[in-house]
Design a protein around this ligand. Structure first.
Ligand code: PRP
Ligand code: URA
Length: 221
């Protein structure tokens, strides 16, 4: 039997910080996400479930500010999230993580990048951008479930940095070593939170064992 994991960050010196978030609930969701027999409506629910666990971990160290509220009985000192938070899902697949993010961080602003890999070259191209203009004082959570070559993530991170972003956290569900290496080289200041670090890419730059094309499985295309 495999021992249950813990929600323990695992720093990896190759890339500033890589957190492979380990938890029995994550393993259980991943098993169903990877299964090619899982239908789209179930895949969407599973994507939301694993995203809730990732978001909880990726927000663990956010700053808090103290204030006071009146309970029905007396005043209580409370703490609330301090930083401005911006979530940026990468279309299409990142949309599968957004609802979970907003459920846990309802005050977040939301921006969008539309990126699409060329089917032959796997090189990403940007077809849409709608992101808050000044990100210099924000903690930005980039949501993209698949980190394969890393080309899409780096393109998105460069777009965020051009808008002043200094604190960028990438949340992925499955990452490949090649994508982690690309981030380490081209966006080393980025913190990565992923539910799984898989073996490798195939010759079409799909992650192995992976779960296939996330966007297609999410939307049944
Ligand atoms: C997928 C995924 C990432 C990208 C990862 O998107 O959501 O954005 O591939 O691959 P990379 O690390 O090699 O760049 P895709 O281009 O398939 O678009 P889609 O979400 O619209 O399906
Ligand atoms: N995009 C996906 O959706 N899946 C992969 O395996 C690689 C890129």
């Amino acid at each position: 039997m495999v021992a249950p994991g813990h929600l323990t960050p695992q720093p990896d010196t190759a890339l500033g910080r890589v957190h492979v978030v380990q938890h029995p609930l994550i393993e259980d969701v991943l098993a169903a996400l990877r299964d090619k027999g899982t239908p789209s409506h179930e895949f969407r629910r599973l994507a939301r479930r694993v995203s809730l666990l990732l978001v909880a971990e990726a927000t663990r160290d956010l700053e808090l500010t103290e204030s006071v509220v009146s309970t029905p009985l007396e005043e209580a000192r409370v703490r609330r999230l301090a930083p401005r938070i911006v979530a940026v899902p990468v279309l299409r697949a990142g949309l599968g993580m957004l609802e979970a993010f907003l459920e846990l961080v309802p005050g977040a602003q939301v921006g969008y990048f539309g990126l699409e890999r060329n089917e032959d070259t796997a090189v990403a191209r940007r077809y849409y951008e709608k992101v808050p203009k000044d990100l210099s004082n924000a903690v930005v959570f980039l949501l993209d479930p698949m980190l394969a070559t890393g080309g899409s993530a780096v393109m998105a991170i460069e777009g965020l940095r051009a808008l002043g972003a200094r604190r960028v956290r990438l949340l992925s569900i499955v990452a490949a070593p090649e994508g982690v290496a690309t981030l380490a080289r081209d966006a080393p200041e980025t913190t990565l939170y992923t539910a799984a670090l898989d073996r490798e890419l195939n010759d079409r730059r799909y992650i192995l064992p992976g779960l296939g094309d996330f966007g297609d499985r999410l939307y049944g295309t």
